[in-house]
Design a protein around this ligand. Structure first.
Ligand SMILES: Cc1ncc(COP(=O)(O)O)c(C=O)c1O
Length: 365
């Protein structure tokens, strides 16, 4: 019996499309550290235009894109960044901004919708006028965050507070095209509220590797220096950039399909098992569905209820023909992520598996 795997752990599992592979094979190449790779240069021009900034820089990863950006904004020792306590930079990048850049992170509590209180941000701002304080030098905001799109009105208000405090904003816009798709606006209408942004090409956009940083010419010149310092200066990187060009020109226009799948999945697990899962459908607006498992469920071997659920979805000893992979977050939260290679049929199979797991679990309660 053939077992099919539907892997919903992350959109980083997306694969380069056939068109991308052809473009990669045929890409015109040069040494990008000398600025002479025509394909990288084309990608950078395209990104600058799409995100409405003067200039762009191709970097190996989103983590490096964020780190370079923070380092460039926080050149002075003793700098501090204000950022969400649930943000990727704070939680999932090994504290690189402290570890490598010597920048002090000060967190603002992310609210359930992904925004934060601007009054908390204002209250946490401090200057080097007082010798006890690190000097607040940057605000980082992530949009979307955990799949949740921040309202444009929030970005407008954040910009105005940043201007009052004379602080730049760096946007971790790893999936900002998903946010733009959900809002039905061009991406530059979101990035315009930030001075700089990091955008990942290798998440839902299917490129095998890479991110772009966008910002002013002066900022990108500095960023290029820091990229080299961190070992991110690549040579014939056009083989990778060629895929990124297709990400921005082609795959970006198909992200709505992943959003439809995420919503369809979330709506259906809720209607199949309202007694076992909780889903805030208002928060499922892009390609990520976060949901909670009812805490009363039995688990074994000290697993959290979320880990137990994830294990059961993946396990096929019940004779099912589908293995569904997802990620457990915290005690009860599970994440399912949808991307180019996840078809409607895959979603249907995942739902069938969910129904089996739910009914078996219900019998044990
Ligand atoms: C919001 C966000 N920012 C940054 C990153 C880092 O990207 P990378 O894995 O390319 O380092 C990720 C990765 O998942 C992310 O989700």
């Amino acid at each position: 019996m053939e077992v099919v795997t539907v892997d919903l752990r992350s959109d980083t599992l997306s694969l380069p499309t056939a068109d991308m592979r052809c473009a990669m094979a045929e890409a015109e190449l040069g040494d990008d550290v000398y600025g002479e790779d025509p394909t990288v240069n084309r990608l950078q021009l395209l990104a600058a235009e799409l995100f409405g900034k003067e200039s762009a820089l191709f970097v190996p990863t989103g983590t490096m894109g964020n780190l370079i950006s923070v380092m460039c904004h926080c050149w002075q020792r003793g700098s501090e960044v204000l950022l969400g306590d649930q943000s990727h930079i704070h939680r999932f990048e090994q504290g690189g901004i402290a570890q490598l850049a010597g920048v002090h992170p000060k967190t603002i509590r992310n609210l359930p919708d992904g925004t934060f209180q601007l009054s908390e941000l204002q209250a946490k701002y401090q200057t080097s006028a007082d010798v006890h304080f690190a000097s607040t030098s940057l605000i980082c905001v992530e949009n979307p965050i955990e799949g949740k799109v921040l309202p444009l009105s929030f970005m407008v208000q954040l910009r105005s507070v940043a201007d009052e405090l004379k602080l730049p904003i760096h946007l971790d816009g790893a999936r900002v095209i998903n946010a733009a798709t959900a809002l039905g606006v061009p991406p530059k209408l979101i990035t315009k509220y930030a001075d700089t942004a990091n955008i990942c090409l290798s998440k839902g956009l299917c490129a095998p590797v890479g991110s772009v940083i966008v910002g002013s010419k002066q900022f990108i010149t500095k960023a290029k220096r820091v990229r080299k310092l961190l070992g991110g200066g690549m040579r014939q990187a056009g083989v990778l950039a060629a895929a990124g060009i297709i990400s921005l020109n082609v795959i970006s226009k198909k992200l709505y399909l992943d959003h439809d799948n995420a919503k369809y999945f979330a709506q259906n697990i809720l209607s199949l098992a309202p007694d076992l899962v909780e889903v805030n459908l208002k928060h499922v607006t892009t390609n990520i569905a976060m949901f909670q498992i009812n805490n009363a469920m039995p688990t074994k071997n000290g697993q959290t209820v979320a880990q137990e659920f994830v294990w059961r979805m993946e396990n096929t000893s019940d004779g099912s023909k589908t293995r569904v992979k997802m990620c457990a977050f915290g005690d009860v939260t599970v994440r399912a992520v949808f991307y180019h290679q996840i078809s409607k049929l895959d979603v249907q199979k995942a739902l069938e598996k969910f129904e089996l797991v739910a009914s078996a679990w219900r019998n044990e309660l």
